[in-house]
Design a protein around this ligand. Structure first.
Ligand code: DX5
Ligand code: ZN
Length: 220
């Protein structure tokens, strides 16, 4: 299981996104939080910014769609060149169709679950996805406190993924920092989103190295 770090540009300076992407050359992905003010009470960015960012960096984009109509919009993020497109189970009306479309368009398909959404009902969809995202805060804002209550679900998700064959990445998002990443890695996560812990640090590149080392230590 290889540890991957996906810094969230939600905590970056939106007026200097190309520079902020360049500040983290050691990132495996750039996590792009798309919020529509309907699925979550916050508004961030959409397709035009993703298209521009795609041209401004070589780092693959990990688009996390916190929007109420992912069935309509997710394929367009794949077409815009996102390397990974994650939709929320709570919002998708036709998740299987949408996940298949994302893959057909050449991106990795992700399914996200809010803290209170159980993982078991989605066990049969593991063959349709490349990544399962377990939110470790209620989605909508950066800088929130990590929810330990999600850890038992993370362990159960790791068991389901292992039983399925182990190809599905397990991502955690929200409140992941030097103090919480080890718990996530021990519980089975392998892709770690970090916003404040990376872009709030004086040296974002060094912060990624430190997070990666901590996760690798805890996972081994
Ligand atoms: C929250 C977003 C997260 C956010 C994480 O809804 O999905 O990606 O940027 O930020 P931190 O790491 O500060 O909790
Ligand atoms: Zn996110």
């Amino acid at each position: 299981m290889a540890v991957q770090i996906s810094p969230s540009i939600l905590a970056a300076d939106f007026a200097r996104l190309a520079d902020e992407a360049a500040a983290v050359p050691n990132a495996d992905w750039l996590h792009v939080d798309v919020m529509d003010y309907h699925f979550v009470p916050n508004l961030t960015l959409g397709l035009p910014v993703v298209e521009a960012l795609r041209k401004a960096t070589e780092t693959p984009l990990d688009c996390h769609l916190m929007i109420s109509d992912p069935d309509r919009w997710a394929p367009q993020y794949a077409e815009a060149g996102a390397g990974s497109v994650t939709i929320h189970a709570e919002a998708a009306k036709a998740p299987v169709r949408t996940l298949r479309e994302i893959r057909w368009l050449g991106a990795r398909a992700g399914l996200a679950l809010n803290p209170a959404t159980p993982v078991e009902p989605y066990a049969d969809l593991l063959g349709e996805i490349d990544m399962l995202l377990l939110m470790t805060v209620e989605p909508g804002f950066g800088g929130q406190k990590f929810l330990d209550v999600v850890l038992p679900k993370l362990r159960r998700a790791r068991e389901l993924v292992t039983r399925h064959g182990g190809n599905v990445w397990l991502q955690v998002d929200g409140g992941v920092d030097a103090g919480t990443i080890e718990r996530c890695a021990e519980a089975g996560a392998d892709v770690f989103v970090a916003g404040s812990a990376v872009y709030g640090a004086s040296d974002p590149k060094a912060a990624i190295d430190a997070l990666r080392a901590a996760a690798e230590r805890a996972a081994s």
